[in-house]
Design a binder for this molecule. Structure first.
Ligand SMILES: NC(=O)c1ccc[n+]([C@@H]2O[C@H](COP(=O)([O-])OP(=O)(O)OC[C@H]3O[C@@H](n4cnc5c(N)ncnc54)[C@H](OP(=O)(O)O)[C@@H]3O)[C@@H](O)[C@H]2O)c1
Length: 333
């Protein structure tokens, strides 16, 4: 059964990238509304977050991307059709990953058609800009804290790359867990954004923060979330206590590889090195629902930098690329 929320809508607006290029390469076009097969879900997209992954695609640095492509590794909206019966028409859902925006058309559109395995349901009266900012950011933060760091109440956590959307969302979750959070930014003017989401100690990152971290925690912190990448990794490892753990989740510097890695000289004694990369299955529906309910109740915040309309996608990507804000960029359709 194919039942569109907007019967008769045969075309949709979508943001298409024909080939890597500047923000202006993102073109809004009328495309046919996709028709889902059994096992797929057609989502009427209400909002979508912007991700570094899409910047990498636009820069031509991402592998396995087939052009032309509707970008977007995530989307949030309502189910327009689910011929396999996995979801009800009209149900609120988030979708992420599974090749979205890379090997299949993604979330930068008024509709997107994705495998049912990539879809997470929820119920919320929050506005769509708030809802659209959450899925990929929460999945990454939750997965980093649980799978990557096995974070526990009362522990100390350093977030390297603290003003990133993943960094700020991780702070929100870590504070809810009862952790003490240290977070870095290269820009002292962004300190209020960090304390605003609950950071206990703002560290201005000049490339070497381990000394200042150990002034606060002489034995080192229990956990570090590395989001800046291999240029800061040795200094981040030097912040960790013996038997503490560092999780490598992101590389804002775009430098992912360690040349000539020798464990005995690279890793401090007794410090554990972990990694996280996730999928929709790493965000249980109950976790998403609990977080959205906490936001609605005012006990958690969604760190949003800016919200844009679909027709402002070039401005949105320009500002996102500049990286002068703190938190998540989100676009509503
Ligand atoms: N593993 C996964 O599953 C997964 C999923 C999603 C994202 N990620 C990764 O997580 C990281 C964060 O993503 P995001 O979307 O949250 O980022 P974002 O919001 O776009 O981060 C923007 C912030 O990054 C900082 N930054 C930019 N370039 C930097 C550089 N060269 N060195 C240090 N800091 C820099 C800036 O902070 P300041 O100016 O304040 O220093 C800026 O405010 C990315 O590397 C992304 O690829 C991983």
């Amino acid at each position: 059964m194919v039942a569109l929320v907007r019967p008769g809508a045969r075309t949709m607006r979508a943001v298409v990238l024909d080939a890597p290029g500047p923000p202006e390469a993102l073109a809004i076009r009328e495309l046919p509304v996709p028709v889902p097969e059994p096992g797929e879900v057609l989502i009427e997209v209400r909002a979508f977050g912007l991700n570094r992954s899409e910047l990498q695609t636009r820069f031509g640095l991402a592998s396995h991307v087939v052009f032309p492509r509707v970008l977007g590794i995530e989307a949030t909206g309502v189910v327009a059709a689910a011929p396999g019966g996995e979801f009800e028409v009209g149900q609120q859902v988030a979708a992420m990953m599974g090749g979205m925006g890379r090997t299949i058309d993604g979330g930068y559109a008024e509709s997107t058609c994705v495998p049912a395995s990539q879809v997470v349901p929820f119920t919320s009266d929050l506005d769509w800009a708030t809802l659209g900012a959450v899925p990929e950011m929460l999945q990454t933060s939750y997965g980093s804290l649980t799978v990557g760091l096995d974070a526990q109440p009362g522990q100390s956590l350093l977030v390297r790359g603290g003003t990133s959307s993943v960094g700020m969302a991780t702070t929100v979750l870590a504070k809810r867990l009862g952790m003490t959070v240290l977070a870095t930014t290269r820009d002292p003017a962004k300190a209020p954004a960090l304390t605003g989401v609950g950071v206990d100690h703002v560290i201005v990152d000049d490339g070497a923060v381990a000394g200042r971290v150990r002034e606060l925690f002489p034995d080192g912190v229990d956990a570090v979330l590395e989001l800046v990448g291999t240029p800061t990794l040795p200094d981040s490892l030097a912040c960790v206590r013996v038997h503490g753990v560092l999780c490598f989740t992101g590389s804002l510097s775009n430098q992912w590889a360690v040349p000539d890695f020798y464990a005995n000289t690279y890793l401090p004694r007794g410090v554990r090195l972990s990694a996280y990369f996730g999928d929709a299955s790493d965000l249980p529906a109950a976790v998403l629902q609990e977080f959205l309910d906490a936001v609605a109740a005012g006990t958690a915040t969604v760190p949003i930098a800016c919200a844009y309309a679909l027709e402002e996608i070039v401005e949105a990507h320009t500002a996102f690329e500049a990286g002068r804000s703190s938190g998540k960029f989100v676009v509503t359709t």
